[in-house]
Design a protein around this ligand. Structure first.
Ligand SMILES: [Zn+2]
Length: 179
């Protein structure tokens, strides 16, 4: 589309050019020459257009400017996504230092992290449910396995699946697999 536009633009410029040239020639000639004016313009114009190649169009200033602007917006878009990734990485780094991705029970990275809404500690869902059931099976209360936590009665109903943390763990896993 830009090439078509550039082609039209170029043709209009040539046409104006030819018209000016022919009329200035005619002005110095006899009045009879006026009658052949449009034919002469058409003839010279056709001749000039025929000499042009489409390859030159790619260097037309409008096409060049258009290409440049596309390139710039691509670069900006790429720059933007790189920034987002960095922010995400920083986000993860902060979370990691605050609460580890490791389950206090299994000592491995949590797959389905659940948050205890009473003491805000995280555990892997399977591990904590296993512990609660074992303890309850022994007719005992389940103490929060996090060292120093005062929550002595962890119940299944206190646990909420932490989708956000789950997502962060997955992203981190994907990032470390990539490198
Ligand atoms: Zn706790």
């Amino acid at each position: 589309m830009m090439l078509e536009c550039a082609k039209l633009d170029r043709e209009i410029n040539y046409f104006v050019d030819v018209v000016q040239q022919v009329t200035s020639e005619v002005a110095t000639q006899q009045s009879e020459a006026m009658f052949g004016l449009s034919a002469k313009v058409r003839e010279q114009f056709t001749e000039r257009i025929a000499r042009l190649s489409d390859a030159e169009l790619h260097n037309h200033q409008k096409v060049a400017a258009f290409k440049e602007s596309i390139k710039n917006s691509f670069n900006q878009a790429n720059q933007g996504s790189a920034d987002n990734l960095e922010e995400l990485d920083e986000d993860i780094a902060v979370t990691q230092s605050q609460s580890n991705f490791t389950c206090p029970l299994t000592q491995v990275e949590m797959e389905n992290p659940v948050k205890n809404k009473k003491c805000n500690h995280h555990y892997d869902e399977k591990a904590i449910l296993g512990l609660i059931r074992t303890r309850h099976g022994q007719k005992k209360k389940c103490r929060c396995p996090v060292v120093g936590c005062g929550n002595t009665d962890v119940k299944e109903s206190d646990l909420i699946l932490d989708q956000m943390l789950r997502r962060k763990i997955q992203i981190q896993k994907r990032n470390s697999n990539r490198t």
